[in-house]
Design a protein around this ligand. Structure first.
Ligand code: COA
Length: 329
């Protein structure tokens, strides 16, 4: 009988736009303060993309780096997936724009929408495709430009978000199995606590949707916070259970970087100390689908994790959606 096909991680890459927007810069835009933002969220600055730098461009820059590390050419890919909630356009998919930028044709390419959980959902999809034998070499990207769907007059939300992209290359393997487990969940009952109302088929764009500012993120922060902590802890524990590993086998935990207080509460709930948790929220804010993969890439580049180490990614986002993945670097 044929041996089970496993997944090998070939490389990661990330890209953050050059422009830095600090908390002091935000003090000039809305009624806020560096002290308030730092204390309530842990965020000190975030990156903002240029007007002529769409999500596919950040995705392209991150992908080129991941392909370099993987030491493969774009022509060796046979599938592209981008997790994003800020696509270049409704259609074609941002994955098609990325495919064009990478100079390749014919291979399938599609976007995946699961808000901030998109990248972890993408890991699950990639794993299933590779294990089924349908695709051999997959480029999975998490890319978002939340600055372009942010209400810059709303101090409750505009201090939280940023832009960036991260990418990972997976291949099939008879020897390695680097995705040990993935656990996913969703609950559409909470869809109105974190959402972008207009522009879709419920409220197609009209003059009034624009004047009422319905094309920007709406959020009930406190309710989101309350839901995020137990769901992230649950996902972390379920993925561990599925992997057959113990909490002590994990070198570092990389939670979704939405709020340092959420991260600390999740760490406490699953019983780990903060020195085992990777945090870069102070530099990036929340970059939705890009968060866990840009943090993972930073952790690898900084030598916080080495070849063979096991990492747990834990996430939560609009939907609500949540999930966790245990991977070997
Ligand atoms: N600067 C200064 N004051 C602000 C502010 C800001 N940027 N944003 C809100 N406030 C004020 C509020 O107006 C409120 O004032 P009031 O008490 O006079 O009414 C006060 O701060 C407290 O607001 P509250 O919403 O209760 O604060 P909080 O402690 O819950 O923190 C969040 C707000 C948004 C930081 C926090 O709820 C959060 O991070 N939630 C999760 C958001 C998230 O992660 N979303 C993405 C998930 S993927």
């Amino acid at each position: 009988m044929d041996k089970k096909i496993g997944v090998k991680i070939l490389g990661t890459g990330s890209y953050l736009p050059e422009k830095i927007l600090t908390n002091s810069d935000l003090e000039k835009i809305v009624d806020t303060s560096d002290e308030w933002i730092s204390a309530r969220t842990g965020i000190r600055e975030r990156r903002i993309s240029k007007s002529n730098e769409p999500t596919s461009e950040l995705a392209y820059k991150a992908s080129i780096k991941a392909l370099e590390v993987a030491n493969i050419s774009p022509k060796q890919l046979d599938l592209i997936i981008i997790a994003t909630i800020t696509p270049d356009m409704f259609f074609p998919s941002t994955a098609c724009f990325l495919q064009r930028k990478l100079g390749i044709v014919s291979i399938p390419a599609f976007d995946l929408s699961a808000a901030c959980s998109g990248f972890v959902y993408g890991i699950s999809v990639s794993k299933a495709f590779i294990e089924s034998g349908l695709y051999k070499t997959i480029l999975l990207v998490g890319a978002d430009e939340l600055s372009k769907i942010t209400d810059w007059k709303d101090k409750n939300t505009c201090v939280l978000f940023g832009d960036g992209a991260g990418a990972i290359v997976f291949s099939n393997s008879q020897k390695d199995d680097d995705i040990l487990s993935v656990f996913l969940g969703a609950d559409g009952l909470y869809s109105d606590l974190l959402f972008l109302p207009a522009g879709g088929s419920v409220y197609p764009a009209t003059e009034s949707t624009v004047s009422e500012n319905l094309h920007t993120i709406k959020m009930q922060g406190r309710e989101v916070f309350k839901a995020a902590v137990p769901k992230m802890a649950l996902a972390a524990e379920k993925a561990l259970e599925l992997s057959g590993k113990s909490i002590n086998d994990i070198k570092i935990f990389i939670p979704h970087q939405a709020n340092i207080r959420i991260i600390e509460a999740v760490a406490k709930k699953i019983g780990i100390s903060m020195d085992r948790v990777f945090v870069n929220i102070h530099k990036t804010g929340n970059i939705s689908s890009a968060t866990t993969i840009t943090a993972l890439d930073e952790a690898i580049k900084a030598g916080k994790v080495c070849k063979g180490d096991i990492v747990e990614l834990i996430t939560f986002g609009g939907g609500f959606t949540w999930g966790a993945a245990i991977i070997r670097i």
